[in-house]
Design a protein around this ligand. Structure first.
Ligand code: 5GP
Ligand code: ZN
Length: 133
């Protein structure tokens, strides 16, 4: 295997497993690190993004550690339904359900994912641009 291929393979494993050990979103979900929590139940937590890209920028995160959308297994597809259901609820809490909002899920490096624990961004409070950057 070429060095480049080996590096790519290692980086996939790194993203999948290593980050679970010190995952920031697992720590927020377990209340070990502070966040401004907007909503929480047994399976999902929603909190303000530390670096907001819109007047309202909330992260909606399953408590179970799943590193990327590609790691989601048949058995836990229901989590996606829960993320959208919580997105609806949070949009209503923030009073942006009628003005509108955007839900974004970044996957892997080209998708712009930087935290390897599955999450959706809910952005609102301003007009969104299309296409996204
Ligand atoms: P991604 O780039 O993976 O789609 O989104 C990760 C998001 O998590 C980014 O928007 C980033 O600002 C946010 N983020 C990273 N670290 C923290 C943190 O410690 N607390 C909070 N509240 N948000 C974080
Ligand atoms: Zn995690």
């Amino acid at each position: 295997m070429s060095t480049k291929k080996a590096e790519e393979k290692y980086s996939v494993y790194f993203r999948k497993y290593q980050r679970m050990l010190d995952c920031i979103f697992c720590q927020i979900a377990q209340h070990e690190i502070d966040a401004t929590i907007i909503y929480e139940d047994e399976d999902v937590i929603a909190f303000e993004d530390i670096d907001p890209q819109a007047p309202q920028h909330i992260l909606i995160v399953p408590k179970m550690h799943i590193s990327t959308l590609m790691e989601l297994q048949e058995g836990n597809h229901a989590i996606i339904q829960r993320l959208f259901s919580v997105a609806q609820h949070v949009a209503t809490l923030l009073h942006i359900e009628n003005s509108g909002f955007r839900v974004v899920l970044n996957c892997n490096p080209d998708g712009g994912q930087t935290v390897y624990h599955l999450h959706a961004h809910l952005l609102g409070g301003r007009k969104m641009n299309w296409p996204p950057g």
